[in-house]
Design a protein around this ligand. Structure first.
Ligand code: COI
Length: 354
């Protein structure tokens, strides 16, 4: 158990919990009662606070709004059958947040501040953690520049916030995706490995075009040749080809997904061959044509495991075989859910009780 840091707390006088219908939770629409807030100025983190969830004001010259110095994380907490709440791999999120912060010239967040803010916020809003099948408390830590200055340079002041929202499924059916061969999400040497706001904003236009064509998401390809798979929408992409688990190797343009890491670990635990390497669109389409592409799916915190049903490539749609009852994506999804909700042993020490 962490030593307790005293965090000044202002409790809400108007809880919105009664508006939560645990059986019908839409992703990202209803937010828990409180948020954790801490400001950075004069070279140090100031006094942290737990406040009622609500609007925050910024200067019109706020440099995050103009130049995009803003980063975020996505993580989840789960309730087990006895009502205990646990976080999934929270320190992995902190390490990635700090990697994003370094890339965006933002301050590092100390572990104690992050973990104390997170755990005390979740304890305060523990009744918001749902326990219906497939649900979780989605946690959104983020940091943004707060200088009111329109010169282009790293801000000198920042705000770090965590808010949470109970969530159900992100996608409710298998996805239709298509290879993107014109636009790119990120290039080698860019900031694709970081979770900075601009990566997501810039992806919206190509995604909108694909959605107008009837796809849910894109499979991003590399910036120099448009040959190799990068990610799928806002998720990492994993394929099962001829019994092997195959996924693009990490690079400066690919997000180091925590669900990706966990899925690959379980595959290795189960004795499967895992290949982290370049995966070309041609290889995927050839494997499909040869009957060797057994599964394709996206993995991410919000979506967890999102099976792909159709891949569009060069103007043609290709249907993937329906996953078998013992498909890897189904087994790994169930195994992860069992670890998260305390129904299976947590052999890797991924869960941190709140
Ligand atoms: C996540 O999976 O947590 C993400 O960050 C994806 C998205 C909701 C932005």
């Amino acid at each position: 158990m962490l030593e307790t840091l005293t965090i000044r707390t202002q409790r809400t006088t108007a809880s919105r919990l009664e508006h939560l219908d645990p059986e019908h939770i839409e992703f990202g629409k209803i937010f828990s009662d409180h948020m954790f807030v801490v400001d950075y100025r004069d070279g140090e983190w100031q006094e942290p606070q737990l406040l009622p969830y609500g609007d925050m004001t910024v200067s019109p010259a706020n440099s995050a709004l103009h130049y995009g110095q803003a980063i975020f994380e996505g993580m989840k907490a789960y309730k087990n059958a006895s009502g205990d709440i646990a976080l999934f791999r929270p320190l992995d999120n902190l390490h990635r947040l700090n990697a994003s912060a370094e890339r965006m010239c933002m301050p590092q967040l100390p572990e104690e501040l992050f973990m104390q803010g997170l755990t005390q916020l979740i304890r305060l809003d523990s009744e918001w953690v749902p326990n219906s099948p497939g649900s979780a408390l989605y946690i959104r830590p983020f940091m943004y520049a707060t200088d009111g200055f329109i010169g282009v340079r790293p801000s000198e002041s920042y705000r770090f916030v965590i808010f949470t929202c109970p969530v159900g499924l992100y996608y409710n059916k298998p996805l239709r995706v298509r290879f993107e061969e014109k636009y790119v999400r990120s290039a080698e040497g860019g900031a694709g490995f970081a979770k900075n706001a601009g990566n997501y904003g810039a992806a919206m236009y190509p995604t909108k075009l694909a959605q107008q064509e009837g796809y849910n998401q894109l499979i991003w390809t590399d910036a120099s040749e448009h040959r190799y798979v990068e990610e799928s929408g806002t998720m990492n992409a994993i394929f099962v080809i001829d019994g092997k688990v195959v996924t693009p190797a990490l690079s400066s343009s690919i997000l180091d997904g925590i669900t990706r890491r966990s899925v690959l670990q379980l595959a290795r635990d189960w004795g499967m061959q895992v290949e982290e390497r370049k995966v070309s669109a041609v290889e995927v389409m050839q494997a499909l044509a040869d009957g060797k592409l057994e599964e394709a799916f996206g993995v991410g915190t919000a979506a967890t495991i999102a099976p792909i049903a159709v891949i569009g490539y060069q103007g043609h749609d290709h249907e993937l075989p329906k996953p078998a009852a013992d498909a890897f994506s189904l087994r790994v999804s169930e195994a992860l859910q069992a670890i998260r909700t305390g129904q299976a042993a947590d052999g890797h020490g991924w869960m941190v009780t709140v």
